[in-house]
Design a protein around this ligand. Structure first.
Ligand SMILES: [Zn+2]
Ligand SMILES: [Zn+2]
Length: 150
């Protein structure tokens, strides 16, 4: 957190109270909030805050490479914001829409393989896998109790 603030300051970013508050919220959020979700939390602490300030701060952090926008769902392509700094990938459950972050060393092989095939330079990767999460699978299995009567 302190590192982020120092870096943003050194890059000439103006760190206002509002921006600092939004950074704090992003830090405490687990998962990938929408701008409206960030705004709802921020407004409790700073009632005068405008949604446009949230968007401006998000775009600024995006430019600084500190945050990235993601769209997970095929049907509801709502923009969500990812504050996890390292390269990582996502799994989304098609039933409950939960998103799980993961890292995979195998991605280096995928990058390398594609680079060799197409003679390109891959810089970053972001993979989204879709399926059914553990909890939803268990619920599903409970529902599918085998028939034991006659
Ligand atoms: Zn993520
Ligand atoms: Zn699920």
């Amino acid at each position: 957190m302190k590192e982020t603030i120092d870096r943003l300051r050194s890059q000439g970013g103006r760190l206002t109270v509002q921006r600092r508050l939004i950074l704090d919220i992003l830090e405490s959020f687990s998962g990938h909030p929408t701008a409206e979700e960030i705004y709802a939390v921020a407004k409790q602490k700073y009632p005068k805050l405008h949604l446009s300030t949230v968007y401006r701060t998000i775009r600024w952090l995006e430019q600084e490479g500190r945050l990235s926008a993601r769209r997970f769902e095929e049907d509801n392509r709502q923009e969500r914001f990812d504050y996890t700094p390292s390269e990582h990938h996502h799994f989304q459950c098609s039933i409950c829409k939960d998103v799980i972050e993961f890292e995979s060393p195998l991605m280096n092989e995928v990058k390398k393989d594609f680079e060799d095939q197409k003679d390109v330079l891959v810089e970053t990767a972001s993979l989204i896998l879709y399926g059914t999460c553990k909890r939803c699978r268990q619920l599903f299995q409970q529902e599918e109790t085998p028939y034991t009567g006659k």
